[in-house]
Design a protein. Structure first.
Length: 342
């Protein structure tokens, strides 16, 4: 029975199935507070122009609470304590949801904007250690404050999220009186196949300066069949005025640049869950940080595997080969991560 439970948990992680709420983890029961969290210590080996560097570090060290309140309300709060992130510890998520109607839940607080399937995948459910470059760059901010309506209808075939958000960054008041509209729709006609898309449109920047119009579109698909999992996504973004780079899950500093600019990228990932709790993975991604430039494509090919010891513990090993079309630079990396969730 225990082996069956472990297999179901592994299969759940492999398929990428997730709640369409914004929390990474669900309450363990309908009564009382559930303490949740996970640790992700890792070893990093990075190639640089001066040779290889290595270090032990924490990707994430998160602790939070979640629960349900009679009647029809739920809450979620998560703090990241890893000092390896620039400003930790910090409040990652904090929101309250009203869940009376399954076709129209309402969430208010700070959470992930409903944009792209990979951003919506919980950090402890990612199939590779790093998120895709295009998601790190074009899905920013990866936490924001706002009001969201979400749910399912048509016999749960159609899932949707629509949010009105500051589009600034977590833990700050909006810097102008404009709000961004962010949304995502996923259609799953069969258990083995789903597809969808997401969008983002808004005005960012200080009203006293040249404000930026931000437009984002993304298309996604997933095939999950007999242990094989194929995921792919394309993201396109246009900015006028100014725009930002960095600041994604890799923890690189946010930099502000002057626009206008158009950027795009994609990824395709294939995994297979073997009978031995071992899951090989290969992921290919591209990113162009300025479509007006020639020979500007960046590619990343990730090879690795995930091994699941039990319901709560796994190890991931990834080697990322990076190549730049204009001029290749030494920036490959080897990452080894152990994760424990609770």
């Amino acid at each position: 029975m225990k082996k069956t439970a472990i297999f179901i948990t592994i299969l759940f992680a492999a398929t990428g199935i997730h709640s369409y709420a914004q929390g990474c983890m669900e309450p363990s029961s309908d009564e009382g507070v559930s303490v949740i969290g996970y640790l992700q210590p890792e070893y990093q080996l990075h190639e640089t122009t001066e040779g290889w560097t290595n270090s032990f570090a924490f990707r994430r060290a998160r602790l939070g609470v979640t629960g349900n309140i009679p009647y029809d309300f739920s809450y979620y709060a998560m703090v990241d304590f890893s000092r390896f992130m620039p400003d930790s510890p910090y409040l990652l998520d904090a929101f309250v949801s009203y869940n009376r109607f399954p076709f129209a839940h309402i969430t208010l607080g700070q959470y992930k904007p409903p944009f792209t399937q990979e951003l919506q995948t919980a950090c402890h459910k990612l199939h590779t250690i790093n998120r895709s470059k295009v998601v790190d760059e074009l899905a920013l901010p990866n936490r924001d404050q706002g009001l969201m309506v979400w749910g399912k209808f048509a016999s749960d075939i159609v899932s949707y999220n629509v949010a009105l958000m500051n589009d600034f960054r977590r833990g700050y008041y909006d810097e102008n009186n404009n709000k961004s509209v962010v949304g995502r729709v996923v259609i799953q006609p069969w258990d083995a196949f789903r597809f969808g898309g997401s969008f983002r449109r808004g005005i960012t920047g200080k009203e006293s300066d040249n404000m930026n119009t931000k437009t984002r579109f993304a298309g996604e698909m997933q095939v999950d069949w007999k242990g094989f999992l194929l995921q792919a996504e394309y993201v396109w973004g246009e900015d006028t005025g100014s725009y930002t780079t960095g600041g994604g899950c890799d923890g690189s500093p946010i930099e502000i640049h002057e626009g206008p600019i158009t950027r795009s990228g994609m990824y395709a990932m294939l995994l297979y869950m073997t009978p031995w709790n071992l899951q090989p993975v290969v992921k290919f991604e591209t990113y162009n940080d300025d479509l007006s430039k020639a020979n500007n494509l960046q590619t990343i090919t990730t090879f690795g595997f995930n091994y699941f010891f039990n319901d709560w513990t796994r190890v991931q090993i990834n080697y990322a080969y990076r190549a730049e079309q204009a001029e290749e630079i030494p920036n490959d990396c080897l990452l080894v991560q152990v994760q424990v969730s609770f």
